[in-house]
Write a protein of this length. Structure first.
Length: 450
């Protein structure tokens, strides 16, 4: 048989599947099946010329990285760096505005801490009097999750719902491919590309070495401000709680003793019957420090194991098991932009109004008034053609607690995506973009501006 694509029936035979197993292949889409190849021999190797290798050098007690030219792999109108909550909203908003968009993500999936960090409880859709403020692309995601099996439990319109991380990963792929967004996964932001004080794209570390993507507008949604820090934008670096959520299974098979006290570590319900989500606050730490992250990762996993073992030793809970620990550690806040405007807790409490409002934030449980998000909070003071969104949006330390949660990340992401697209379409900078045009585009995308 040749190395070309084979029929579904041939593929079943070659894989040794009986007719009872044929249904597994029927679940593949045509495009997915096209990626399956059957070979009789090992894949051919690639010849690699290492004559131009440029490793770091040891000079005394210093490690020196040589100056090398970085290959360009792509050009785009809007580059979104980071495929978490803010980044996905930004990329979709920009693409729906009619520009070429590229989304780069360091992991192999989208969703950031919602999916990789198992932060599956969605907070801040509402403000006092049950006013729905988290609309636009974020609300569309909730509505689409409601249509998928086991996608969501709870109604975002009047409560704090919980989503399933795997279903949400799938939904984001659907929405991103629908928008014809170019994607690079497994690519870690390394450096901003600067043309004077203007960001012209970014360099990413990949298995092929550093690779460059050039862009007319760049949005930093890494969560850690990796791009704006590299570009020299003014910012603060903060310490905050670092935890590690996990999920446990078979909770529906528990048979607690009558009148027994509810044991610790049972967590909250999820869309999957018998599966619960357990959050972890964790201690303060510097989420940009690799030693801190390594130590906490090890300690948190040991603590989770101990907690689940204690649960299993509780009469009636013997069948409960550790289903999953989050593959991505729960860093909540690290670098925060010093933007043109800072959102302060005091201003939010006073319901301050902004002429450049591009979104509305809500409350943890709908218990306080909505607060406005100014465009200037996403705009650096000293760097051009760069925006940020998500938890790195300019805010004071008390306000970070609200800015960082998922719904405001969707809101700021959508605003940044629309602004970057308008800047491209009108051939101007992010700083000088027509805010009236940005606000109109946001309203067209069903965002809520008050």
């Amino acid at each position: 048989m040749s190395h070309e694509e084979v029929s579904r029936r041939d593929l079943i035979k070659l894989l040794g599947l009986g007719t009872a197993s044929a249904w597994t292949l029927s679940m593949f889409t045509d495009s997915a099946l096209a990626d399956l190849r059957v070979r009789k021999d090992a894949p051919a190797g690639l010849n690699v010329d290492v004559s131009g290798a440029t490793p770091c050098r040891l000079e005394g007690d210093r490690v020196v990285r040589p100056s090398v030219a970085v290959p360009k792999i792509h050009e785009t109108d809007v580059l979104v760096v980071g495929g978490g909550a803010a980044g996905c909203a930004a990329a979709i908003a920009a693409a729906r505005s009619g520009v070429k968009v590229t989304l780069v993500e360091r992991y192999g999936h989208f969703g950031g801490l919602v999916t990789g960090g198992l932060v599956v409880k969605i907070l801040s859709h509402r403000a006092e009097n049950n006013q729905l403020v988290g609309r636009g692309i974020g609300e569309e995601m909730m509505q689409r999750l409601e249509q998928l099996p086991n996608g969501i439990i709870g109604d975002y319109r009047n409560s704090e719902p919980t989503v399933d991380a795997e279903v949400y990963k799938y939904l984001l792929i659907e929405m991103i491919t629908e928008a014809n967004i170019d994607v690079f996964l497994h690519s870690w932001a390394l450096d901003a590309i600067m043309d004077g004080n203007r960001v012209a794209g970014a360099v990413f570390q990949t298995k092929m070495g550093p690779q460059a993507v050039l862009a007319k507008q760049t949005i930093d949604t890494t969560g850690d401000g990796d791009v704006f820090a590299s570009a020299g934008a003014e910012h603060e670096r903060r310490q905050y709680y670092i935890g590690l959520p996990h999920r446990i299974g078979n909770v529906d098979q528990a048979t607690p003793q009558k009148d027994a006290k509810r044991p610790r570590g049972l967590g909250d319900v999820t869309p999957i019957p018998g599966v619960r989500w357990v959050n972890m606050q964790g201690p303060d730490g510097d989420g940009c420090d690799v030693k801190t992250l390594s130590r906490m990762e090890l300690n948190h996993r040991k603590q989770i194991w101990k907690q689940v073992r204690n649960l299993q030793e509780t009469p009636g809970y013997e069948k409960v098991y550790l289903m999953e620990t989050a593959p991505q550690i729960g860093v909540r806040v690290t670098r925060v932009l010093n933007g043109v405007t800072e959102i302060t807790y005091e201003d939010a409490q006073k319901n301050r109004k902004y002429d450049d409002c591009v979104g509305i934030g809500g409350a943890w449980n709908g218990e306080h008034a909505p607060w406005q998000i100014p465009y200037g909070s996403m705009l650096p003071r000293n760097v051009e053609n760069l925006l940020t969104a998500g938890r790195s949006t300019s805010s004071d330390p008390r306000m970070s607690e609200l800015v960082r949660v998922i719904v405001p990340c969707w809101v700021t992401g959508q605003a940044a995506g629309c602004a970057a697209a308008v800047a491209v379409l009108t051939n101007t900078t992010a700083r000088n973009v027509d805010l009236a045009a940005v606000r109109k585009r946001l309203i067209d995308q069903k965002a809520f501006l008050g």
